[in-house]
Each structure stands twice: as C-alpha cells, then as structure tokens.
Design a binder for this molecule. Structure first.
Ligand code: B12
Length: 351
C-alpha cells in the first residue's frame, strides 16, 4: 500500500488534519505565532510535505526530500522572518516527527522503514539548513542587459523589455546568448525574488508572459536558421506547468538547425502518439520541474518504449526535478543524461 492509495480514499485528508492538530498540541505557542492565513497555508503545506515524501520513497531518492526541505525552510523563513530561523527549525522538526508517527500508525512495515529513512534525512537537512544569498545575475556576461531587462519586467514595461533584447542582439549578441545568458538567468532570478517574498506571484506570471512574448518576437530570426534534417518533439509531463524551460530548449535546437515541434504542457497520451507518428522525430525531449511529476515522466517513457514502432526515436529527459543529483536518468530507459541544453547539444553532435 502507498500513501497515494490513501489519497484516493480520503484518509490522506484525515492524516493531514490529524498532523495539523497534533502540531498545536505539541507546541501551544504556535497558536500565537501563526496568523489565520499562515495556519491555512500550514495545512496545505502538510499535504505537500506528504506528497514530497511519497515522491522520495517512490523514486528512492534522498535528494528529492533534502532539496525540498532546503527550499521549504527558506520559503518559510522569508515569510515569517519575525519568528527567526531557529523557531522555524523547531516546529519543522516537530512536523516531521509527527509525520513519522502518522506513517507508523497507517502504513505497513516496508513502507514505514522507507519513510523513516527519508524523514530522518529531512530532519537532518532542517538542522543543518543555512540561508544563502544567491543572485543569478551577478557576474554573468550580459549582466547589465539582464539587470535592465529584469528592472523593465518589474516596472511592467514590456516595450522597454523588448527593446533591451533587440538592442542586445543588434549589438552583436547571438540568439543563443540571449536565451541562455539573459532569459534563463532572469527567469531564475524572478523565481528567487518570489522565493524571498520580494515580489508576488502576479509579477512572476507577468515576467513569464512578457518573456514568452519577446521570444515569439524573435521567431522570424530563429526559424530562418539553415536546417540540418533532424527533428525533435518536446513537451512537459503530467500537470507540470513549467513549460518555459522546455520551450527555450526547443527554440535553442531550432537555432541549431533542428526542426522542432514544441507541444507544451498537459499533452494527452493519444495526442503524443499521433504527434510521434506524424513527425517521426529523431529525438523526444521530456521536461519535469516539480518532483511530484517524476512518476508521470517515467510512465511516459515506459509507454513510448512499449511501442516498437518508436524504437528508433531517442529520448532525453531533463528539468529541475532531475537536476538535483538523484541519478534517475540512469535508472530509466532513456538515451541521454543531460542536465542542460548545452550538454544535450554536445551529445547530439556525436549521436
Ligand atoms: C515561471 C515560473 C512559474 C510559472 C510557469 C509558467 C510557464 N509557462 O512555464 C507558473 C506561475 C505557472 C509557476 C507555478 C508554480 N511554481 Co514556478 N517557477 C517559475 C520560475 C520563476 C521560472 C521557470 C522558468 O521558466 N525558468 C527558466 C528556464 C529556462 O529554466 P528551467 O525551467 O530550469 O529550464 C532549463 C533547464 O532546467 C533545462 N531543461 C528543462 N527541461 C529540460 C529537458 C531536457 C531534456 C533537458 C536536457 C534540459 C531541460 O533547460 C532549460 C533551459 O536551460 C521558476 C524559477 C526557476 N528557478 O526556474 C519557479 C519555480 C520552478 N516554481 C516553483 C514553484 C514552487 C511553483 C508553484 C508550486 C508555486 C508558485 N510559485 O506559484 C507552482 C507549481 C505549478 C505546477 N503545478 O507545475 C519553485 C520550485 C521549487 C522546488 N521545490 O523545486 C521555483 C524554483 C521558484 C522558487 N525559487 O521557489 N511557476
């Protein structure tokens, strides 16, 4: 039995609620420390924490839970700075202890053993967690252009944002440099600002929409590059909404001369099959950012591999959920273990 099964019969809701209530009994001071909104979010977070534990167990990856906990600790800190990091560490350790107790009373022995290992890793990660002060724009080659572009996005000035990109290209930067050296770090910085609670999610959406608009403006240049006869189909798996990374990858391959078919997010299996039949790609690229969609990725790979008529197609997987050192690519039936566009291009030059 897995927790995923529990989810379908409502017991997971009961488990979440019970952990939530016990947390306040264990630590009565929390009642005062958290306002009503934080309490509601905490209930939601417990559900996500269970989901993440499940992903770590399913894929037998300590990286999944450690990466998540390190991310979550910063997220909580930037939203509850007044409590201080040590206080947040205390109730998060309590939380994982309560989660462990809940698993112990609901699951079988095999599951309990696996869960305990991951929960202990989570607790260790919380104990050792330290804040870092990353900026994705300091020291990069197009630093001033990237900073001006970000400033334009945050000022909601899309005309200026577009002008900065066109001027950067006119001044000699290549399309590839603009994608890899400007759009990519700026989007990572946008995520960083949201994470640090400096901007709200609407600005993240706006930055995404404007950047996608500017990318479309570049299409006449991108699609004018000489073709090399190779074809690529790319998409996100499951309900993954982060489709900009794979769209960028697809555009970058188009710049390299590939004929690219970018399908985006939420592609039904039947549509994927018909695309593969119609376009007969040399390479299929699948992207996954959130660890809870890793299972969908594995299922998609297995389903493609079952169809003998697609045997000649190579499969590459990538995205944030695979870049945390969990070595899942090695365990899956895929052809290439690339973490970035640059690595994948290098691989396609010799394969
Ligand atoms: C824009 C964005 C969104 C948009 C996505 C819109 C869209 N159309 O794509 C929206 C608003 C929908 C969104 C939603 C969420 N997001 Co968001 N999002 C981002 C953000 C800011 C930018 C993503 C992006 O475009 N990056 C730029 C591209 C170029 O980089 P990339 O995705 O890493 O892709 C590169 C590589 O990974 C690689 N790659 C990707 N795929 C593949 C495939 C192959 C085969 C290969 C070889 C390589 C490869 O190549 C790409 C180019 O170099 C990131 C920040 C970040 N660090 O990325 C957060 C981020 C990914 N989001 C995050 C979160 C938490 C969420 C939400 C849960 C909550 C929220 N913020 O609203 C939801 C979940 C949605 C869901 N169900 O999927 C977190 C994830 C944290 C974690 N635990 O890992 C991040 C990291 C923000 C943060 N710092 O906390 N998000």
């Amino acid at each position: 039995m897995t927790l995923l099964l529990l989810k379908s019969n409502e017991s997971i809701v009961k488990m979440t609620q019970s952990i939530f209530e016990k947390q306040f009994i264990k630590d009565p001071k929390l009642e005062k420390d958290l306002d009503d909104r934080r309490k509601r979010l905490m209930l939601q977070d417990i559900y996500y924490n269970i989901d993440n534990l499940e992903a770590a167990i399913l894929h037998d990856s300590e990286h999944i839970i450690v990466d998540y906990v390190n991310w979550l600790m910063g997220l909580l800190f930037y939203r509850m700075k007044h409590l201080g990091l040590d206080r947040i560490k205390t109730f998060m350790i309590d939380h994982y202890i309560l989660l462990n107790e809940a698993v112990n009373s609901a699951m079988d022995e095999v599951y309990i053993e696996k869960a305990e290992k991951h929960i202990n890793n989570a607790i260790e990660a919380i104990r050792h967690f330290e804040l870092n002060n990353i900026s994705y724009l300091d020291g990069i080659r197009l630093e001033s252009q990237a900073k001006n572009y970000l400033e334009a996005l945050l000022a909601r000035d899309r005309q200026k944002a577009s002008d900065i990109v066109i001027t950067t290209l006119d001044n000699g930067a290549t399309l590839e440099e603009v994608y890899v050296g400007l759009f990519r770090p700026v989007m990572h910085e946008v995520g960083n600002l949201w994470y640090k609670n400096i901007i709200a999610v609407d600005k993240e959406h706006y930055a995404t929409a404007v950047t996608q608009g500017v990318m479309s403006q570049l299409y006449p240049r991108i699609f004018a590059t000489p073709k090399n006869g190779r074809t690529m189909v790319s998409l996100c798996v499951g309900n993954e909404l982060h489709e900009m990374g794979i769209r960028m990858l697809s555009d970058l391959f188009e710049i390299q001369g590939w004929d690219t078919i970018y399908l985006g997010a939420s592609v039904p299996w039947e549509s994927l099959i018909s695309s593969l039949e119609e376009y007969n790609p040399d390479l299929i690229t699948l992207s996954v950012t959130m660890p809870n969609y890793l299972s969908n990725c594995k299922e998609t790979i297995d389903a493609i591999r079952k169809e003998k008529r697609f045997d000649h197609m190579k499969i590459a997987v990538g995205g944030k959920a695979l870049d945390m050192g969990n070595n899942l690519r090695e365990k899956w039936n895929v052809d290439v273990e690339a973490t970035s566009y640059e690595e994948l291009v290098a691989w396609t030059r010799i394969n």
